[in-house]
Ligand binder design. Structure first.
Ligand SMILES: Cc1ncc(COP(=O)(O)O)c(C=O)c1O
Length: 384
């Protein structure tokens, strides 16, 4: 007999719904957790621009001046001049030939895949790449091989096998995150470019590196000393370091032209709401002009990592503000959660794409955490 769900039985708890427990922010670095105000070391609003007064003002004014939505594709009647203004700003900020915005970061990888379909004979993808990268490469319609996480030798061997099997002139695409969201590790993009033959192009999803890494905030390529080049396609989100919403593809003008011409997703999707475009323009200006933001983020991250290391807790040595912690067992999870809450810190125990399948703690530092909050986190994590 077919079972029907009574409405009251549909969702008994958040755990059953598959969603996390609802959480409300009370200020830029704290949340309300079961009635208590706790320091918040999670999310990806690295500079807290989602609540920056200049960003909010730009969004409010944008809404008043232009309304919410163009309600049409940019290939029909929805191509407002503000989109081009943002794309010019993005291209200047990231020092690339061109930028193209899409509705979010997840879709930016797919738009690239649709535009490049037919160009590559084989794809290689890092085993821990973000779901949006995996979904995008699956759309290219050619075989995909997974290689060991950040393993340059494994990628090199795979490339040489693939080229032996097919023609030496085959074109390959290597897809990876720039700064990995689950671990805060940096992909060895410089080594991929150095050690792999020139017929391998890199697709780098730098959702987390954009804005946070590199002297000017241009992301993982800048952090690794790489200049924009034809072998490097770079996608970003506008919802993390830039605090607003949206995605963008950065690269040669030819790539932008091809996405506009061939991506069904680009053609058939309503672009970003205009007030959000104004918000991103304001956020970019802040990140460009306030170099102290990045210095504070780096200082706060280094402070926590050094304190944890001094207490014997292993942490990644990358520059990224993501600090994962894998508990040994259920008892350890419960003890850490208790220590964190008792010390006034929200326990960010999560299960997320690319991370360990049983869950882990993922702490994220922002430029805006106070010294007291940083010390509270270190204290909770090092308490025996
Ligand atoms: C590595 C990575 N790529 C892409 C995305 C998707 O970006 P958006 O949230 O703008 O769709 C995320 C997370 O949100 C991410 O962590």
């Amino acid at each position: 007999m077919k079972k029907t769900l009574r409405p009251s039985a549909r969702v008994r708890s958040n755990a059953e719904s598959g969603l996390a427990e609802p959480l409300q922010q009370v200020d830029r670095t704290s949340v309300l957790h079961r009635g208590r105000k706790l320091a918040y070391f999670a999310g990806c609003d690295y500079f807290r621009l989602a609540s920056h007064p200049d960003v909010l003002k730009a969004i409010h004014c944008g809404l008043d001046e232009r309304g919410l939505n163009v309600a049409a594709s940019r290939k029909t009647t929805g191509n407002h001049p503000l989109y081009q203004e943002l794309e010019n700003d993005l291209a200047r900020f990231f020092d690339v030939e061109s930028a193209l915005t899409v509705s979010n970061g997840y879709l930016s990888n797919m738009a690239v895949a649709q535009a490049l379909a037919g160009d590559f004979q084989h794809i290689l993808v890092d085993e821990r790449a973000h779901g949006s990268v995996l979904d995008a490469v699956a759309m290219l319609g050619v075989p995909v091989s997974i290689f060991a996480h950040r393993d340059v030798d494994a990628a090199r061997k795979l490339v040489s096998q693939l080229l032996k099997r097919s023609s030496r002139r085959s074109k390959l695409l290597l897809a990876t995150d720039g700064l990995f969201s689950h671990s805060g590790e940096v992909a060895p993009l410089d080594k991929y470019l150095e050690q792999l033959p020139s017929n391998v192009t890199l697709l780098v999803d730098d959702a987390h590196g954009a804005g946070t890494l590199g002297k000017l905030g241009r992301g993982t390529p800048e952090h690794l000393g790489l200049k924009p080049q034809p072998r490097l396609i770079h996608t970003i989100t506008l919802s993390k370091a830039f605090g607003v919403y949206g995605g963008a593809i950065l690269g040669p003008e030819e790539l932008r032209r091809r996405i506009i011409a061939w991506s069904r997703l680009f053609a058939g999707n309503t672009p970003l709401p205009l007030p959000l475009v104004s918000g991103v323009i304001a956020a970019l200006k802040i990140v460009r002009e306030d170099s102290k933001l990045r210095r504070r983020l780096y200082f706060n991250t280094s402070y926590i990592k050094a304190a944890l290391r001094a207490a014997g807790t292993p942490v990644n040595d990358g520059p990224g503000p993501i600090i994962p912690l894998q508990p040994r067992n259920g008892t350890h999870v419960a003890r850490l959660k208790r220590n964190l809450i008792n010390t006034g810190v929200h326990p960010p125990y999560i299960n997320y794409l690319g991370g360990p399948k049983d869950g882990y703690f993922r702490f994220v530092v922002s430029s805006e955490h106070t010294a007291e909050q940083l010390d509270a986190l270190v204290h909770a994590l090092t308490k025996k």
